[in-house]
Design a protein around this ligand. Structure first.
Ligand code: NAP
Length: 289
């Protein structure tokens, strides 16, 4: 597929996707002002007029805390916005690929890497709305590919927005020599945006369905941070920066760590991510060491 509409192209993921894919694809990247996903009619008109072969839907409110404070806005953009695009994709014959989140697993109590077929019951608005959006997208557009992405990281880059992420948080803590607490009772994958961008073109060939999409991780978040800090060899005592938080998630361990088996098998082994620690090591070697 060559002609691809990327929504949310100015965002953290979108700006990096555009930079990484612009040479191999004809990318349509309308701004929020020119293409408001909450307007069903303008979404339909745009897609009808431009006829993309595929739509990579990244536009969203991605801030979990903000969604919790503004549930109506979160629903309008993260659920209704997805419905508008999924419906238009089905009507105009475009492959629809949409970024959901590993936060759909945030109410689960199972251990180990989670697969897509387990029952989920997210605990916050962001996770609930992502799950509702997944269901609606699959109803409206059965060939739709839903990608449950993990927390992603990158260094700050000119002209591209950067959210607080695992790598930038650690760098700031080291530079300012302030301690950062990491939960010992949390398990999650953390993924390099470079690996996400590299894998995205292969998602257009996936059969319709829900897929985890990012790095696996068997370590808890404190162990992950501790190992990453060691890699950076910054000459500061680790205990001054990386502090275990034993109290967070007292009810049950928080496990949102994913299994990548389904997407890797469905793509014939093409879609692959390094595990979280390997990804962090490769990223550190490339950027910092
Ligand atoms: N970042 C992560 O670590 C992470 C982890 C898991 C899943 N995800 C998911 O991945 C996707 C991309 O996330 P991101 O981090 O790139 O988000 P982001 O940086 O917050 O970017 C969101 C994009 O959506 C656009 N947008 C917001 N409301 C819109 C509307 N009504 N109509 C059209 N465009 C609108 C924004 O444009 P303006 O800025 O101009 O408003 C921006 O380009 C999201 O679905 C997010 O939930 C992200």
């Amino acid at each position: 597929m060559k002609k691809i509409l990327v929504t949310g192209a100015s965002g953290f993921v979108g700006s990096r996707v555009v930079a990484g894919m612009k040479d191999g694809f004809e990318l349509l990247t309308p701004s929020h002002g020119a293409f408001d996903i909450t307007s069903a009619s303008s979404v339909d008109e745009y897609i009808k007029r431009h006829r993309p072969e595929a739509i990579l839907h990244l536009a969203a409110i991605s801030n979990t805390w903000y969604c919790q404070q503004h549930p109506d806005e979160s629903y309008r953009i993260n659920v209704r916005g997805v419905e508008n695009i999924a419906g238009a994709a089905a009507r105009h014959g475009a492959k629809f690929v949409f970024f959901s989140s590993d936060q759909v697993y945030n109410g689960n109590c199972e251990n180990g890497p989670l697969s897509e077929d387990i029952a989920v019951a997210p605990e916050n608005h962001y996770g609930c709305h992502k799950l509702q959006a997944e269901d609606r997208a699959m109803q409206l557009c059965e060939d739709c590919v839903v990608l449950r992405a993990t927390w992603m990281y990158d260094i700050p880059r000119e002209g591209m927005p950067t959210h607080n992420n695992f790598v930038t948080n650690m760098r700031s803590a080291i530079e300012q020599q302030v301690p950062l607490a990491f939960a010992t009772r949390e398990y999650r994958g953390i993924t390099s945006i470079d690996e996400v961008v590299r894998n995205i073109p292969h998602t257009f060939a996936l059969p319709g369905g829900v897929y985890n999409f990012g790095a696996e991780n068997r370590l808890n978040t404190y162990e992950t941070a501790s190992a990453y800090f060691d890699m950076l060899q910054c000459g500061i005592e680790k205990e001054k920066i990386v502090v275990p938080d034993y109290d967070r998630f007292p009810e049950h361990e928080r496990n949102i760590s994913i299994s990548m088996k389904k997407a890797t098998e469905a793509s014939g082994g093409v879609i692959r991510f390094s595990d979280t620690l390997t990804g962090l090591r490769l990223f550190a070697e490339h950027h910092f060491l």
